[in-house]
Design a protein around this ligand. Structure first.
Ligand code: BGC
Ligand code: NOJ
Length: 812
């Protein structure tokens, strides 16, 4: 069953019924100001950091679900009937409901009582505010007297404190109202230099700024007393729960339309100009007023909206493809890059499933997210790399997370996730391959953000490798530390106390448990750094690094091979995990994909054998499972992975992030059919037809799809913020379609099914537009290239100075 459809031309997903299985959300804002918005206008806004600068409140896991957001109520003043054009929160029946989630904007509208209302929500590029652009149309035969009420609930900035520290927080709320603007200024009197504003383009018939006055005692957002009565309370009090609500009256002749603009924004004042008049406690509004005036003007709103479209045209213009498969085209051309932008911006911080108060930016996560983003805005990828590197420890290890607002490593989570350093090398390699900007390696970057500790970025990468070879276990494989890519495989935790963090508790000395996943990552990272140093003509260093990679590869073949697949780990007792000799957790997906990508055991035929085992033991119709058989109970020596019921999360769900590694592995071995098949199994657009089972949004990947050992096989969870987006973009574009940036140029090496007659791609790469046509002649994937009419040897197009290059790739 579907709840809507893809409008590819307009790059929108169109939802046609409001009660989707879960709130289907979108993101507003791509730079500093962000909002989550569901298909019924639920969600919230924040500046930079969902925990530290939250503008509006949201109660996660609420009932009814997704209550709280950007709500507009309409009221027919003759009959007293009121409703919400976004269906929520009144849930009053509406007709012709439609929600169009587009790139950086959402439009929601419906008709009720002969009144059509549509709201377009977006953040103008470069601004720290969101626009709600409401259009109301009288589709009835009579003149109508209406009231429109807006509503939001302010968060007192620090979202965790806001939800817990009531003895203080019920006393500190402060609001000012001036004209049609409501200013939220809690704590502005003391250490904050920022405030929020909620403005309206129309003269007000009234306003409310206290929740209880607006809703009425013991009432909720579904039937506010003020809306019911049609009269605002003009409430303005200190403390309790500050909200913002405007009341606008409108008279509409039959057929008449009226546009009303609301702005919700964030503004900072210079310390010395916080108050006006000076010495008062009133916000100085001179700095923000021009911005408000600008965006209350409908023409400027339209221009800003066009600007948003143009920005997305540019981002998506870097890679566009026409293949025989609509699910490939739609996801590659529109939705996966879009999801990559969101994961790049927000890492794992704020989604419908991530509260924005738990995690900041993950070191591992952000480096990986960059892989799918770097082609869109390389300058931002560059800045991110330098920010991440600046949180690195002098030892070469890394803080596992950092807070986006402060850009400082998070002490509470700490370090010793021993795979983290590898990802910095891999993201820098990806950046260099995309841009050829070798200068980045000479940037001076501190450790732990400490001034005076700066070294070149190149030295940071060297220390990543150094850290990893400094942490080697009894078999010569890397020690796992707190965890590797799999945060839930906690081999040194040994936690028997409820509530202890599996990631930060360490009850063993960590000198024995080893990871083949880190071995593969190390091999990849050392090889990449070897190439990088080779390019810099540091030949001895390049050879040394190559030696390290080869050594780790050999060790992995020797001690990391189980006979039919790669082992997962050695536990604290030195016993193999992910081995046929285990009762549960016999085979894991991660080392099969990652070893293939690292080139470990390809020549020797091990990868081929491992891929067959994956197909046999792990592949299902809903994607490839993380492991089999699942852990049926808790194991002290394995940690969080065995805390999940079978089939969920790391305990044998389809953990989607790992699936593209298998697609890449299949492509490396030249198996085009199998690679695309795996790609399509988890492709959200292909799964749209089973939305009642899948339940998450059909336009973005989710972290997991429940596995066959669960009672929810096929049900997705934790959509949006997952490394799945970046890795799928890499797998499909670079390995299956085979358009792959390398240090020295652009590789064209498609590995596609025999049934595909070909495809075309436009790829912008280092200033040149490549128009690539892939034509099938035989049934295999042997490539010959013709560039601008000339046959060239090999599959790599070296960098060129031309603006446009025409490539014909023939597959035989
Ligand atoms: C989740 C993991 C996540 C980890 C770190 C665990 O509870 O299952 O997927 O990586 O938390 O926050
Ligand atoms: C989600 C985390 O964000 C990511 O870093 C980790 O690799 C996976 N879970 C697997 O545990």
């Amino acid at each position: 069953m579907r709840y809507g459809y893809f409008d590819d031309h307009n790059r929108e997903y169109v939802i046609t019924q409001p009660d989707t299985p879960l709130p289907w959300i979108n993101y507003l804002g791509m730079e500093d100001f962000f909002g989550l918005i569901s298909n019924t206008a639920g969600g919230y806004a924040f500046y930079q950091d969902a925990r530290l600068r939250r503008l509006t409140r949201y109660r996660y896991n609420n009932v009814p679900m997704d209550m709280g957001g950007r709500y507009i109520y309409l009221r027919d003043n003759a009959s007293g009937v009121f409703w919400s054009p976004t269906w929520m929160p009144t849930r009053h029946a509406v007709e012709d409901y439609v929600c169009r989630h587009g790139l950086g904007y959402t439009r929601i509208g419906s008709a009720c009582q002969g009144i059509r209302a549509d709201i377009r929500f977006f953040v103008p590029p470069g601004q720290t505010l969101e626009v709600w652009d409401l259009e109301v149309e009288n589709q009835s035969e009579n003149q109508r007297e209406l009231s429109a009420f807006s509503s939001i609930e302010f968060c007192l900035w620090e979202a965790l404190d806001d939800a817990t520290n009531f003895q203080r927080n019920l006393n500190i709320g402060e609001i000012e109202v001036e004209g049609s603007t409501i200013f939220h200024k809690t704590e502005y009197r003391e250490r904050r230099d920022h405030f929020a504003f909620f403005s309206c383009s129309e003269p007000l018939s009234g306003y409310d700024t206290q929740r209880e006055a607006f809703l009425g005692q013991y009432r909720g957002w579904e039937n506010p007393a003020v809306v019911e009565s049609g009269r605002s309370g003009n409430s303005l009090r200190t403390g309790w729960s500050p909200i913002g609500s405007h009341h606008v009256r409108l008279t509409l002749a039959p057929g008449e339309k009226k546009r009303i603009i609301f702005l919700l924004g964030y503004h900072e004042n210079p310390e010395v100009e916080k108050f006006s008049p000076r010495g008062s406690q009133n916000i100085n509004k001179h700095t923000v007023q021009p911005i408000i005036d600008q965006y209350l003007n409908p023409q400027r709103v339209d221009e800003a909206f066009d600007g948003l479209h143009t920005a997305w045209d540019q981002h998506l213009d870097v890679f566009s493809v026409a293949t025989p498969d609509e699910h490939v085209n739609r996801m590659v051309n529109i939705w996966t890059p879009y999801q990559c932008m969101v994961t790049f911006n927000l890492s794992r911080s704020a989604s419908y499933f991530e509260s924005g108060i738990g995690r900041g930016m993950g070191f591992r996560d952000s480096n990986q997210d960059l892989l799918g983003f770097v082609q869109m805005v390389p300058a931002r990828a560059r800045e991110r790399i330098l920010d991440l590197a600046a949180t690195q420890l002098e030892s070469g290890g890394a803080y596992h997370q950092y807070q986006p607002l402060t850009k400082r490593g998070n002490h509470a989570v700490g370090s010793n996730f021993n795979d983290d350093p590898a990802w910095l090398v891999l993201s820098v390699a990806a950046y260099l391959k995309e841009t050829g900007d070798w200068d980045i390696l000479h940037e001076r970057v501190p450790y732990e953000n400490q001034p005076g500790t700066e070294t070149s970025l190149l030295e940071h990468l060297e220390r990543c490798i150094q850290y990893m070879i400094g942490n080697i276990g009894p078999h010569g494989l890397p020690l796992v530390g707190r965890a590797d890519w799999n945060d839930c495989l906690n081999l040194n935790t040994f936690s028997d106390q409820p509530g202890e963090s599996f990631q930060t508790t360490t009850n063993r000395n960590g000198k024995t448990a080893e990871s083949t996943v880190i071995a593969a990552l190390f091999t990849m990272a050392a090889n990449e750094l070897s190439h990088i140093t080779q390019h810099l003509e540091m030949n001895d260093e390049a050879a040394r690094l190559k030696g390290l990679a080869d050594g780790m590869s050999a060790t992995t073949r020797r001690y990391g091979w189980d006979g039919s697949w790669f082992l997962r780990a050695y536990d604290h007792f030195g016993k193999a995990l992910g081995s046929a000799s285990c009762e549960e957790g016999k085979i894991f997906i991660e080392p099969q994909g990652l070893c293939a990508m690292a080139g470990i055991g390809i020549k020797e035929g091990l990868v081929d054998t491992a891929l067959k085992a994956v197909k046999r033991h792990l592949a299902t119709d809903h994607g490839i499972l993380l492991l089999q058989p699942p852990f049926s109970g808790y194991h002290l020596h394995l940690g969080e992975i065995s805390s999940y019921p079978p089939g969920f999360k790391e305990n044998a769900s389809v953990f989607c992030h790992t699936n593209p590694w298998m697609m890449i592995a299949e492509a490396i071995l030249g198996h085009g059919e199998q690679a695309l098949d795996y790609y399509l199994r988890i492709n959200p657009s292909r799964r749209e037809v089973m939305s009642d089972l899948h339940r998450c949004e059909p336009y973005v990947y989710a972290q997991t799809i429940a596995g066959k050992d669960s009672d929810a096989f096929g049900e997705a969870k934790n959509s949006w913020l997952t490394g799945t987006a970046a890795w799928n973009f890499v797998a499909i574009t670079q390995w299956i379609l085979g358009i792959r940036p390398e240090f020295e140029g652009l590789r064209i090496q498609p590995v596609i099914p025999a049934g595909w007659q070909g495809f075309t791609v436009r790829r912008k790469f280092r200033g040149t537009t490549y128009e690539i046509e892939v034509r099938r002649k035989g049934t295999g994937n042997r490539v010959s290239l013709n560039v601008n009419g000339e046959d060239i040897p090999g599959t790599l197009i070296h960098k060129t100075t031309e603006d446009c290059v025409k490539v014909i790739a023939t597959l035989e």
